[in-house]
Ligand binder design. Structure first.
Ligand code: ADP
Ligand code: ADP
Length: 238
């Protein structure tokens, strides 16, 4: 089956705002898709609908052949798909629990989602995730304030990949970072995609960033798809 199918997705917030208005797209395994559009075009809402953090008001979300769109957001943490689709937010590195060491931050989803409790496997899982994002193991005992912005971003991404998701939803993951750190994180994401076969649904207002990582792009305006195609073609002068 396809990795992800989104069919006629719609979201109307309780105050009446229609954020997403009949959006459809599909992703194959290993493929990466960019969602671009101006602020307010519905990108964040789509990333939260696909990761089941908010409930849709219409349409379908099908993950690896199974409908997850109808699982209420409040129950999704118990669904078998929960660990297979992970989201990295803009402030992934900045919203780490200040009382958690890097080790504890990465171990947390392994405990809760992968039900990994045996200390040896847990340590192994944390170290693999740290290695995967290029975070030196010697830094695992540090707390967020003892790490640089780039190191914190790596911990945030390590948290998301530790449970070995198939799809990583990236919601403006570099927007809060310095330009130099941004480039490092983009290189890291590119490498994870190559080495681990991760697929990305990459949400960004920055077309150049998205182009670097994505095979295909979807352009949104006012909650609707207004253009889509291969990254190289979209927005190219005829
Ligand atoms: P983007 O990520 O492209 O900036 P969003 O998905 O955040 O777009 O927002 C799409 C539209 O939905 C905007 O008009 C925004 O104001 C509105 N919106 C987002 N979240 C809410 C909410 N919780 N309640 C009401 N309206 C919202
Ligand atoms: P927090 O980090 O605030 O404790 P959670 O415990 O809910 O957040 O989730 C841990 C991490 O898992 C989040 O930082 C985020 O990356 C990701 N995440 C949270 N909810 C979902 C979801 N429904 N689907 C996919 N990933 C999620």
């Amino acid at each position: 089956p396809l990795l992800l199918e989104v069919q006629n997705l719609a979201k109307r917030y309780p105050d009446g705002t229609v954020a997403v208005d009949g959006v459809s797209f599909a992703m194959r395994h290993g493929e990466s898709l960019g969602l671009v559009g101006e602020s307010g075009s519905g990108k964040s809402t789509i990333s939260r609908l696909v990761t089941r953090l908010v409930d849709a008001t219409g349409g379908e979300v099908i993950f690896e052949g199974e409908s997850i769109g109808a699982i209420p957001a409040r129950d999704f943490h118990r669904a078998p798909q929960r660990g297979r689709v992970q989201i990295v937010f803009q402030d992934a590195g900045e919203s780490l629990n200040p009382r958690f060491s890097a080790f504890d931050s990465i171990a947390d989803p392994l405990r809760r989602l992968s039900r990994l409790h045996d200390p040896v496997s847990l340590r192994q899982g944390v170290q693999e995730a740290a290695d995967g994002v290029g975070l030196p193991r010697a830094l695992l005992d540090r707390y967020p304030h003892q790490l640089s912005g780039g190191q914190r971003a790596r911990v945030g991404i390590a948290r998301a990949i530790a449970v070995q998701p198939r799809l990583l939803v990236l919601d403006e993951p570099t927007a809060a970072l310095d330009v130099s750190v941004q480039a490092v994180v983009l290189q890291l994401l590119e490498r994870l995609r190559r080495e681990k076969g991760l697929s990305y649904l990459f949400v960004s207002h920055d077309l150049n960033v998205v182009r670097m990582l994505c095979d295909r792009l979807i352009v949104l305006r006012q909650g609707r798809v207004v253009e889509q195609g291969e990254s190289a073609r979209v927005f190219q002068a005829p």
